[in-house]
Design a protein around this ligand. Structure first.
Ligand code: C2O
Length: 362
């Protein structure tokens, strides 16, 4: 059966553990989400959320100063909301923590099976919905419903996309996060594959193209690219073992690579970006995931050989998630409504640099 929405009134502490230490280092977080006073859950429909304005997401490294100022303003407003407000950056981060680190149990499963939105076919649609509402909240706070997220174009190895966008590295702004790797501020070049430790820039760039090719182009099926089946009862508690087999190539590959590269190695679990419980405290998370979401579209529609196919299993399509909208309402959404960005009013500015990894020959 498909995953249904969990009971938000039953919440446990979230547990985050280091991988590779014996015994693992364990941190516990309270990521429990605010319950709406009316305990009313809206059902998403395209009528209730008409795409009045198109959200055209552009590469962050090309943003002009006036847009950077606006982006910064949006996160200032979001950070200024009280922690109890579902639209605050605190709660936005807690949403990710809660559904990644076991705060809620799956509805309808026997026993206590934690809900986990990583390591499976849930990964891409869950994060698409997360960005959808996050972007609407920022636009609402700005009074600009057409506000669009930027994407961190880390796969672009030729025009300057492959470093932390400078706008996020300005200390003292709302886009800054102190818990990042201090050696990876611009102009350090990203390493999409953590195994890559050459100091020669041309080697790093070539490895990055290779990592993109492996994560996106070679993954010919939805199973390979987006991840395997996760249904009611699927238990990924032992996630470090299972992620390698069930998670898709884009998640396990370049997506994880950027998380690890950005997080601070002086922190116990590579906080903020390097671990689930804290990753979305960093505003760069949403730009990172906008690129992951864009790559889903590239994989679907733009690779040689014609369109590729998403999963069509009813358990995938009928999976339900909960998010807060721009009015702090709790909304129930379905995976089937997330498969077409055009319907959601979201598009990505095409960049030519994609061709370099699309046509890479390993
Ligand atoms: Cu929910 Cu990039 O991880």
């Amino acid at each position: 059966a498909p995953i249904r929405v969990p009971d938000l009134s039953r919440c446990d502490l979230a547990v985050d553990e280091s991988v590779g230490d014996t015994p693992p280092l364990t941190l516990r977080f309270n990521c429990c989400l605010p319950l709406p006073s009316a305990s009313r859950i809206l059902d998403f429909s395209f009528d209730k959320y008409p795409p009045i304005r198109q959200h055209v997401r552009r590469p962050a490294h090309t943003a002009k100063e006036d847009y950077i100022a606006k982006y910064n303003k949006a996160y200032q407003l979001m950070r200024a909301l009280p922690d109890s407000d579902p639209r605050s950056l605190k709660v936005q981060a807690d949403i990710h923590c809660a559904f990644c680190n076991g705060a809620y149990m799956q509805a309808g499963a026997d026993g206590n099976v934690p809900l986990q939105v990583h390591f499976s076919w849930l990964f891409l649609p869950w994060h698409r919905w997360f960005l959808y509402f996050h972007e609407r909240i920022l636009g609402n706070l700005l009074g600009d419903p057409g506000f669009s997220l930027l994407y961190w174009n880390w796969d672009d190895q030729v025009n300057g996309g492959n470093m932390m966008p400078e706008m996020f590295a300005r200390n003292g702004t709302a886009l800054y996060d102190a818990k990042r790797n201090p050696d990876h501020l611009p102009p350090a070049i990203v390493r999409l594959s953590p195994a890559n430790n050459s100091t020669d820039t041309s080697v790093v760039v070539n490895e990055n193209l290779n990592a993109m090719y492996q994560s996106v182009v070679t993954a010919s099926t939805a199973e390979l690219f987006a991840g395997g089946a996760y249904r009611t009862g699927s238990d990924l508690t032992n996630s470090s073992v299972i992620s390698a087999t069930l998670g898709g190539s884009v998640e396990n590959g370049v997506h994880n690579g950027i998380h690890y590269w950005t997080g601070n190695p002086a922190e116990q679990l590579l906080q903020d970006m390097g671990t689930f419980s804290t990753a979305s405290r960093d505003p760069i998370f949403y730009a990172h995931h906008s690129n992951v979401d864009r790559l889903w579209d590239v994989w679907r529609f733009k690779l040689p050989g014609g369109p590729r196919k998403d999963h069509s299993d009813p358990d995938f399509l009928d999976t339900e998630f909960l998010f807060y909208d721009e009015n702090a309402n709790l909304v129930k959404v379905k995976v089937s409504d997330a498969l077409d960005n055009a319907k959601l009013g979201v598009s990505y500015k095409t960049v030519r640099a994609d061709d370099l990894w699309i046509n890479y020959s390993p």
